[in-house]
Design a binder for this molecule. Structure first.
Ligand SMILES: *Cc1c(COP(=O)(O)O)cnc(C)c1O
Length: 476
């Protein structure tokens, strides 16, 4: 298996090489040269596996340059009982007759980013050790990516983390989780701006090939293909668990729909790839908050990213994104995996601020199975309140956006899975507003908010950032 760029200008590279890169050398995004195909029988054969075994199986289709026993050891370490609270790693919980939550927040930072990041931490350590290299991770986070990366990479030899976050735009809990770390290899930087400003700084430094080489820069944000590949695993897991109760004769091709609370289009892109691999997903339903550029795209065929001034600060902050980097990978597939058409679309975006794909709208919905919807603060509050009243289950605001939109797309006879992307304890204000309940911090994290915090505040200034990183980068 080799990986290529959406823009056609990168020599095909193996998995171990793209783990350290993310962005392709020509400014495009890295994608698999061909997507592996699994038959219904291949998928059925995965049913008896534990989560780490399933991860080994799915990832072995992509990480073909890593020996299988090494991959198995990495998956076992990433998805161990020490890291994930639930014994099955990803538990499924029905909230009514049709909707079931897929629990992706059992890891150390209580959000789904741990699912991919714990694997990536293992994989990076493995690859670096074999090549005598060091790596300085530069990333942008609106909350959960940063903490998941820091918890996956803290204390690792040969790796430092430089994590940019938007000043004043994360919850107290998210800040405490990241800024309280004391490991020497973790550097938190709070930028004056929103998430997209942070992401643009990361793109600018990563795009400066001399600076990047001199400082061994790499990324682990949601464009990292190592993460995208690790996220496919739980779509397979969710389908297998959702169909455990289906009669054996009816399982082959049994369709479920999946709703995904979305921001940077990373999570749902993994679902798209799982579907292309052959997993019977009927609809992939994209749930957006008030920052609904992607809902607009899937309803109209026009992708028109917004600037930071038009990006709202909402009560599901990890979805406050108006320029979804990963959409480039999906549009590559939509345009027949043709780098010339893709490059033309991005030239149109640069020239006009939008890409008009209205001609592809019917295929978006029928061939690719996408549906979408938007949820507002009032929807989030009402949905948290009523899931709690009906089932005694408290969901977080992002998952609530998912449940709200899922309800609008439920079809008779088709189970609807909603990916739970965070634990409610991370967002106590909205839970209080919705249910009147004051959620405490989970017991194993008691005292977190009182710990001293370590963060460097910085203007939205690439020159200052370069200087900061050059002075602190780890070198082999
Ligand atoms: C990151 C995140 C999302 C959005 O996921 P994308 O992969 O960026 O679409 C949704 N909910 C939570 C809690 C997150 O941390």
């Amino acid at each position: 298996m080799k990986f290529i760029s959406t823009r056609g200008g990168m020599a095909p590279a193996p998995y171990s090489a793209i783990l350290l890169e993310g962005l392709a050398t020509d400014g495009g995004l890295v994608v698999p040269e061909t997507v592996p195909q699994l038959s219904a029988a291949d998928i059925e054969a995965l049913r008896g596996l534990s989560y780490p075994e399933l991860a080994t199986e799915i990832l072995s289709h992509y990480a073909t340059d890593i020996p299988r026993e090494d991959l198995a050891a990495m998956c076992a370490a990433a998805y161990s009982a020490e890291k994930f609270v639930a014994e099955e790693v990803v538990p499924l919980t029905a909230i009514d007759d049709q909707i079931t939550l897929v629990g992706l927040s059992e890891g150390p930072t209580l959000a789904f980013k741990d699912m991919a990041m714990q694997f990536l931490g293992q994989a990076l350590e493995y690859v670096l050790a074999r090549t005598d290299r060091s790596l300085n991770i530069i990333g942008a986070t609106s909350g959960d990516t940063g903490s998941a990366a820091e918890y996956a990479l803290r204390g690792k030899d040969g790796i430092a983390v430089f994590m940019l976050s938007p000043q004043g735009r994360m919850s107290d809990f998210q800040r405490a989780q990241m800024y309280s770390l004391t490991d020497d290899n973790i550097h938190n930087i709070a930028v004056e701006g929103v998430f997209d400003d942070c992401q643009n700084l990361v793109k600018e430094l990563s795009g400066d090939l001399d600076f990047k080489r001199a400082n061994s820069l790499g990324t682990v944000n949601s464009i990292n293909l190592g993460r995208i590949s690790a996220q496919m695993v739980y779509y397979f897991w969710a389908w297998l668990r959702a169909t455990d109760g289906v009669a054996e004769a009816d399982r082959a091709g049994f369709e479920v729909s999946v709703t995904v609370p979305s921001g940077n289009f990373g999570n749902i892109l993994s679902g798209h790839l799982a579907k292309v691999m052959g997993l019977p997903i009927r609809h992939l339903v994209l749930a957006a908050n008030e920052n609904n550029v992607l809902d607009e795209f899937f309803r109209t065929g026009i992708y028109a990213p917004r600037g930071s001034a038009e990006t709202y600060l909402t009560s599901s902050p990890s979805m406050d994104i108006s320029k979804a980097s990963n959409i480039e990978r999906f549009i590559f597939d939509l345009l027949g995996r043709d780098p010339e058409r893709l490059s033309a679309a991005w030239a149109e975006l640069d020239a006009t601020g939008r890409i008009d794909l209205t001609a592809e709208l019917p295929r978006l919905q029928s061939e690719f199975g996408f549906q979408s919807g938007t949820s507002t603060h009032a929807d989030r509050v009402a949905t948290i309140r009523d899931v709690h009243a009906a089932r005694g289950i408290i969901i977080d605001p992002h998952t609530s956006d998912g449940v709200k939109v899922a309800r609008e797309h439920v079809e008779p006879g088709v189970p609807m899975l909603v990916l739970e992307t965070a634990k409610p304890e991370k967002f106590p204000e909205i839970v209080l507003e919705a249910t009147g309940q004051q959620l405490g911090i989970p017991e194993h994290l008691a005292g977190l908010l009182e710990l001293p915090q370590h963060v460097t505040e910085m203007a939205d200034d690439a020159a200052q950032l370069r200087e900061f990183i050059a002075a602190r980068a780890v070198r082999a």
